[in-house]
Design a binder for this molecule. Structure first.
Ligand code: C5P
Length: 227
């Protein structure tokens, strides 16, 4: 089990987890785990291997065996390699997100990714973001955050993010997809999206990202996780 201090940041799509956890990891000079990226990578690896979309067993096998490198894990321009191939752009696409949400509902895939996720806990510390970091993967975490925001604001943030990257996706389509993904993530039988009982819930609707980061940093400081 981990010997490094751990901060978990869970929440739905578009809640700002990625940006906040990156900023906190950078501030503390800690490692970062973007667990959503691992589920996205399983979906991509499944496609690369020509697996049937409902082949649970082989997707779980892919989750165990796929070779992944995260380069510059706390940086904005982080790159991700799958079997040596740069999949950074593909990883952020809505289709990878939808594929991830599908394979993430399978207990076999979640189990296969468990140890891989836990192995990210290394000194000096880890900031892990996802859906079940505080509830399942790192229940012993020193600080747990659950980030929320209204569905409208989350769709808008995702829209801006994708537009900046040159994607032509529509806001209406995105809102629909986010609602579907929320429903699937919160109602699945294993590790559904929910706040750990000991998590600090932060509603980021109407808050600037710096404010959210400031609150998380203050909570960490009050626990002597950083100066
Ligand atoms: O956070 P991100 O949008 O990259 O996650 C993609 C999908 O992966 C989510 O919709 C969710 O279904 C799944 N996921 C998960 N558990 C995590 C992280 C992501 O089930 N810890």
């Amino acid at each position: 089990m981990a010997t490094a201090p751990i901060v978990t940041i869970d929440g739905p799509s578009g809640s700002g987890k990625g940006t906040v956890s990156r900023a906190v990891a950078r501030f503390a000079s800690w490692h970062r785990l973007d667990s959503g990226a691992l589920y996205r990578l399983v979906a991509i690896a499944g496609q690369d291997r020509g697996l049937a979309p409902d082949d649970v067993k082989r997707h779980a096998q892919a989750a165990l065996t796929m070779e992944v490198s995260f380069l510059e894990e706390a940086q904005e321009d982080e790159r991700v390699l799958l079997e040596g191939r740069d999949v950074t752009a593909e990883l952020r696409s809505e289709s990878a997100g939808a594929g991830a949400s599908r394979v993430a509902a399978w207990p076999e895939v979640r189990q296969a990714l468990l140890e891989r996720q836990q192995s990210f806990a290394r000194p000096p510390g880890l900031v892990a973001d996802g859906r079940d970091m505080g509830t399942v993967v790192f229940p012993q975490a020193e600080l747990k955050i659950f980030l929320t925001a209204s569905p409208e604001e989350r769709a808008l943030r995702r829209y801006k993010q994708l537009k900046d990257k040159g994607s032509g996706v529509s806001l209406a389509a995105l809102s629909r997809e986010i609602a579907e993904r929320d429903a699937r993530d919160s109602t699945r039988a294993v590790a559904p999206l929910k706040a750990a009982p000991d998590a600090h819930v932060i509603d980021s609707t109407g808050l600037a990202i710096e404010e959210v980061v400031g609150r998380v940093l203050a909570l960490g400081r009050s626990r002597s996780l950083w100066p």
